[in-house]
Design a protein around this ligand. Structure first.
Ligand code: MLT
Length: 401
């Protein structure tokens, strides 16, 4: 008889955003005329930058001509033209990453989940709470022990390492999803030092780095000395360049990252990851990689930054609303998310239901990201400007009643 992976039975029945979509669909069915505004899942709304579209079209045209047609890309790790562009981008803010250390993927979510394949199931995994649910779910699917580092109001939603607790794998996300908090260089250096003392590996999710405006804040863990011996970094073009529907990201596994196998031999993590990807992943399509490379050109950077500025202005509008109502919040600066305390001590799902029922605005209940999210709520700045303004008008009206 077939045996299932029973770890799946221990997960929440649905993934967070599927749960939310179900509630929203039920609301829509019951209120077909409601002017729904979505500020839940962090999905972008502005179209792709023209330079990206042109590069994708050119890539597609090349696929239709015998001389330039491309089948499998040899390594499956990404074309050199894109990996070199990403490596140069890292250099632009002082992180020394070489093209050989980069593997292109279909977005950070896949690699965040898939990376666990190369680590033993007996590792203890430390995840900051609240966190992007993929980290917890993908480790629980393999039955790993997951422990949490509390990110809360007291520590500014920036959990710090505690030497009395040992962890083998550590997930960090900065700028943070969902709280919008950003680790300073000094704070990240503390995590790197912890990882070295404990011989752990940090899995660093930098998906929101493009939203950092303060030059003193690190965009990559590889801006921290010694991180290349203890960290893997994942990044994505989803939020940076509107690729949620295109799918392209990258993972950096440094050459210097080595771990001892049980027989004492030194094993390269990059080699293991390459072996895993070689078997289970055939790479990203050529036209998409052409579009991704265009993001890193001078014109591409100019165009995507215009879109980012638009979302930053939305974030400002949301943050100003919270300020005017005297609601505690984090994020909104250096981050596309605003994380606020639910008014009147409400629970986060309770507040979700209230917002949906009373003002037809969808957000994300903090509890969906972990226990420290209860009583907190996340709104995304990735919406349309008029909708953002209208949602905040309704929000103020709701709370003034
Ligand atoms: C989020 O809303 O947390 C993210 O958009 C989800 C994702 O990127 O997968």
């Amino acid at each position: 008889m077939v045996k299932i992976n029973e770890n799946f039975l221990k997960l929440e029945k649905n993934y967070l955003f599927i749960n939310i979509a179900k509630k929203v669909n039920a609301f829509k069915a019951a209120n077909p005329d409601a002017a729904l505004i979505r500020m839940g899942i962090g999905d972008v709304t502005l179209p792709l930058a023209p330079v990206v579209v042109e590069a994708m079209k050119k890539g597609a045209d090349e696929m239709g001509v015998k001389e330039t047609f491309k089948g499998y890309e040899d390594s499956g790790a990404g074309y050199d033209f894109l990996k070199n562009a990403i490596a140069d981008y890292y250099k632009s803010f002082g992180a020394d990453v070489s093209a050989d250390e980069i593997r292109v993927n279909d977005g950070a979510k896949s690699d965040c989940g898939n990376i666990v394949d190369i680590f033993g199931d007996d590792n203890v995994v430390l995840i900051t709470d609240p966190a992007y649910p993929v980290y917890v779910d993908s480790n629980r699917m393999s039955g790993r022990k997951v422990i949490f580092a509390d990110s809360n109001e007291e520590n500014g939603f920036a959990a710090m390492p505690d030497d009395s607790v040992h962890a083998d794998l550590i997930y960090l996300c900065s700028p943070n999803n969902p709280t919008g908090s950003v680790y300073t260089k000094e704070q990240l250096a503390e995590w790197v030092a912890y990882a070295k003392r404990h011989e752990s590996i940090i899995i660093f999710d930098a998906a929101y780095e493009a939203f950092i405006t303060d030059p003193a804040l690190p965009r990559s863990i590889f801006q921290i000395e010694g991180a290349k011996e203890c960290a893997i970094e994942m990044c994505s073009l989803s939020k940076t360049a509107g690729f949620t529907g295109v799918r392209c990201g990258y993972t950096v596994v440094p050459e210097a990252l080595k771990v001892k196998a049980s027989d004492g031999t030194e094993v390269s993590i990059a080699q293991l990851w390459g072996r895993r990807q070689g078997t289970k992943f055939n790479g990203v399509s050529y036209p998409v990689q052409c579009g991704a490379a265009a993001v890193f050109t001078e014109e591409g950077q100019k165009q995507i930054k215009e879109n980012i500025r638009y979302y930053q202005e939305n974030a400002k509008i949301i943050a100003e609303t919270m300020e005017s109502l005297g609601i505690k919040y984090t994020g909104g600066v250096n981050s596309p998310y605003i994380w606020f305390k639910c008014p009147d001590g409400m629970g986060s799902w309770e507040f979700f239901d209230k917002m949906l029922a009373e003002i037809a605005v969808v957000g994300t209940p903090g509890e969906g990201f972990g226990k420290n999210g209860d009583g907190w709520f996340r709104l995304t700045a990735f919406g349309d400007r008029d909708n953002t303004i209208e949602a905040m008008r309704r929000f103020k009206e709701m709370l003034s009643k």
